[in-house]
Write a protein that binds this ligand. Structure first.
Ligand SMILES: C[S@@+](CC[C@H](N)C(=O)[O-])C[C@H]1O[C@@H](n2cnc3c(N)ncnc32)[C@H](O)[C@@H]1O
Length: 278
């Protein structure tokens, strides 16, 4: 599945605003005391996680950004401490984690992957006792204002569409973050999760247009709703948007998972961070 640079640029400010501050604080705390860190970002796109997290880390950082889309990697701003590498995470996940690594990050990836691939990620991360910051996993919650009676049916169809194969096998979609947390806890990780919802306001016309069109296509493709009902829903939602009355909240979850021994060390060094809400 490919993602356009335009779409990633459009969503990045909403992602940045949504990221759970507690999960970022915990990520920073997990690395505290180290003079320099090596961070591997999986499915980096154009480098959104580097831009969001990098400024919070006080120590020297080196980043390795992996993605299978060269046109996205080509848009990562060049820097001496940032190395970009084309790589297919389906075939070469293990290679991405090779060498000295202190933290694995990813954003907007887990909901695309299959149960098998997620287990593989957890196994590989746990074998190396690495902390994992996995942000912005879609969790299936979408709230509209004003409400349209067809909203629930459209989003139910969209959430079915999210389970389709996105290149990693049948996707986990909305259950990805919860599934990841369960696997990570099983291998002895302490997991903290927090809501990281997009809050999309009346004035965010381009973002709303893009989401509504994308959801209408996805809902139609599932065949769960008659095409006319989807078209009517889209007309009604766009009318609210044009009348400057439409707001949308899209549920995402951020997760920071650290090997329990690392968390104990982190707690003894810093007791000033608060826990994310879930
Ligand atoms: C939703 S985008 C998120 C990009 C970036 N992390 C962000 O938050 O802006 C998903 C990313 O996964 C990458 N991707 C999808 N399948 C992949 C694969 N098999 N191997 C490596 N990257 C992949 C896409 O190219 C895209 O950059």
């Amino acid at each position: 599945m490919s993602f356009s640079a335009e779409w990633l640029a459009l969503r990045e400010p909403f992602d940045r605003q949504a990221r759970h501050a507690g999960a970022i604080r915990r990520t920073v705390a997990t690395l505290s005391g180290r003079p320099a860190v090596m961070i591997v970002d999986l499915a980096s796109g154009t480098g959104s996680t580097l831009r969001a997290l990098g400024s919070h880390l006080p120590m020297h950082q080196a980043w390795r950004l992996f993605d299978n889309d060269l046109s996205l990697l080509a848009r990562v701003p060049p820097a001496a401490n940032v190395h970009v590498q084309p790589l297919d995470l389906v075939t070469d996940l293990e290679a991405a984690l090779d060498g000295p690594v202190d933290l694995v990050t990813t954003s907007a990836l887990l909901d695309l992957v299959s149960a098998d691939w997620l287990e593989r990620l957890v196994t590989e991360v746990a074998a190396r006792r690495l902390p994992l910051y996995a942000s912005l996993s879609y969790d299936g919650r979408v709230e509209f204002a004003p409400v349209d009676p067809r909203d629930a049916a459209v989003i139910a169809a969209v959430n079915l569409h999210q389970r389709r194969d996105k290149g990693f096998g049948p996707a986990l979609g909305p259950i990805a973050a919860r599934t990841a947390a369960a696997h990570l806890e099983k291998v002895g990780y302490a997991v903290e999760m927090g809501d990281a919802d997009w809050v999309i306001r009346e004035a965010d016309l381009v973002m709303q247009e893009a989401l509504l069109a994308g959801w209408a296509v996805a809902a139609s493709e599932t065949g769960e709703m008659p095409a006319e009902a989807v078209a009517e829903w889209l007309l009604s939602r766009r009318a609210a948007l044009m009348a400057n009355r439409s707001r949308i909240r899209v549920g995402h979850v951020d997760l920071l998972a650290a090997p329990s021994d690392a968390r104990r060390a982190d707690r003894s060094q810093s007791n000033s961070t608060s826990s994310p809400s879930r």
